[in-house]
Design a protein around this ligand. Structure first.
Ligand code: PNS
Length: 169
């Protein structure tokens, strides 16, 4: 009897994707038949990178992983997961303090879609201090972002910085 493929979704803002996110993708992808990295298109937040730019950067980062898809979604994650036939939501956990909110979100997602379980991947110690927000702040203030984001993302941040400098001349 054919078995349904096990599809997982790793959703986030990814503005931009960090080395911590890339590590969660690398460690969770082998656990599933397909992993969908789903970029939230959130009109209420003003992202640094457009959804298309974020998707393009993530595609570069996962180019050597054929069973990882990159997509966008809007609205409820539970509804998107149901539409895509996913049964697992992957979340990275950096600190114990994050757990309370993540736990509530996991329960709410399962309330909305009983077929969706959340799998937590604990951040690797070397990436636990990294967040997209801090990366953007460091980049904006001209600090070094080496080691914080994958090279493809660093290149986009650098060209963004160059463009901002050129425009302020
Ligand atoms: O980048 P983040 O903040 O870790 O991503 C959070 C995200 C996108 C996973 C979460 O905000 C989300 O699922 N948003 C979609 C709207 C939704 O489903 N809200 C109810 C969550 S219980």
């Amino acid at each position: 009897m054919p078995v349904d493929p096990r599809i997982a979704i790793f959703a986030g803002s990814f503005d931009p994707l960090t080395k911590g996110h890339a590590d969660v993708i690398a460690r969770s992808a082998p656990l599933f038949d397909r992993l969908i990295v789903a970029v939230l298109v959130n009109a209420s937040k003003q992202p640094l990178f457009s959804a298309d730019e974020r998707v393009a950067m993530i595609r570069q980062v996962v180019a050597d992983r054929p069973h990882v898809d990159v997509d966008t979604f809007d609205g409820l994650l539970a509804a998107y997961a149901r539409d895509r036939g996913a049964t697992v939501a992957v979340r990275g956990l950096r600190t114990g303090a994050e757990f309370a909110e993540e736990w509530q979100m996991a329960l709410m997602n399962r309330h909305l879609y009983a077929g969706l379980e959340t799998v937590f991947i604990p951040a690797a110690a070397e990436f636990a201090h990294i967040s997209s927000r801090l990366v953007k702040e460091i980049a904006r203030l001209g600090g070094p972002i080496d080691g914080l984001v994958p090279p493809a993302v660093a290149a986009h941040l650098a060209s963004r910085r160059l463009r901002a400098r050129t425009q302020s001349l």
